[in-house]
Design a protein around this ligand. Structure first.
Ligand code: ATP
Length: 294
């Protein structure tokens, strides 16, 4: 008689523990400070005038622990052109993106976008000026078109065609059975990692960003897709500022400037050729990726 009820009791206790953990997490989230006031809703399109970025003595920590970005980090990203952030895992590259997007506030220092302290930008305007393409960007379930205009519903056919040409997706769309109306994602045509990232870039371009933050796909891309992505990023950098987190140095050897991060600080910066000459860590990274002989 006892075995079954005791079994049920143990099961209920386990469920109760899971529920308690969920309640704690919900309390943590509801206790978070709300984002700074926004003027103008998020998701508005920018005006595509390229803007630069400057970090001036920035220090940032996620919690009470030691700073993740320390050493009073300073660097400059020129308006227009391509700047790359490289460095070992955990160096703080993604944190730099989060700070520019104002997901976090630095404990010290100033971040300027377009010469203006980001605390003075209305948040909606700042976010509208930024395009963000995440690593291994997912494709949304829906049509190819829906994937493109998500975030820019007012995009015209001409703008869509231009974004497709810019990202070298025009040929692919032509080959799809129903063109832009073809279903993609798990219920439709599957796209490769490189294609998915180019769709994400096209989606970001339709929002006319003044600064494109691109976290390069970490998934293995075949040689053709890697070359396409490299060409696309170089072309996009002709019309807006591109700051790219590069996981493969081969994609950024042509960048106007490369910033080498290590353990939360900026260690060196320069062109590929300059860094191969002057920086041991960069030369080592380049050697492990067979770009220079060790
Ligand atoms: P990767 O190339 O692996 O993406 P990264 O250079 O982008 O690395 P970050 O993701 O910026 O590095 O992380 C820098 C440090 O901050 C790491 O030690 C990481 O564990 C820590 N970190 C990142 N995000 C958080 C967070 N939300 N809360 C606490 N610590 C974090």
């Amino acid at each position: 008689y006892l075995v079954a009820p005791i079994g049920q009791l143990i099961q209920s206790l386990t469920q109760l523990q899971v529920a308690m953990a969920a309640i704690t997490r919900i309390q943590e989230v509801t206790a978070l400070d709300s984002e700074p006031e926004t003027h103008g809703g998020p998701g508005r399109a920018g005006d595509r005038t390229p803007v630069g970025v400057r970090f001036d003595g920035v220090v940032f920590r996620y919690g009470e622990d030691r700073p993740v970005v320390h050493d009073r980090v300073s660097f400059e990203v020129a308006a227009g052109g391509m700047t790359a952030l490289v460095g070992p895992s955990g160096a703080g590259k993604s944190t730099v993106f989060g700070l520019i997007e104002r997901f976090y506030e630095p404990q010290a220092g100033t971040i300027l976008v377009g010469g203006r302290d980001i605390r003075e930008w209305p948040l909606g305007e700042l976010r509208a000026a930024l395009g963000y393409v995440e690593q291994d960007a997912p494709v949304l379930a829906g049509t190819f078109r829906e994937n493109l205009v998500f975030g820019a519903p007012e995009a015209t056919e001409e703008e869509i065609a231009r974004a497709l040409a810019r990202t070298r997706l025009d040929g692919l769309v032509e080959r799809l059975p129903s063109g832009l109306e073809t279903l993609v994602g798990h219920r439709g045509v599957l796209l490769s990692g490189g294609e998915r990232q180019r769709v994400a870039i096209a989606r970001a371009l339709l929002r006319r960003p003044s600064l494109l933050l691109l976290d390069e796909a970490t998934s293995q891309l075949d040689a053709v897709n890697e070359l396409r992505l490299r060409e696309v990023v170089a072309e996009v950098a002709r019309e807006t500022t591109v700051l790219v987190i590069a996981h493969r140095l081969s994609t950024v050897t042509g960048a106007d400037r490369i910033i080498v991060m290590e353990a939360g600080g900026v260690r060196a910066s320069g062109t590929h050729e300059e860094l191969v000459e002057s920086d041991d860590l960069y030369r080592e990274l380049a050697a492990t990726q067979f770009l220079v002989s060790s």
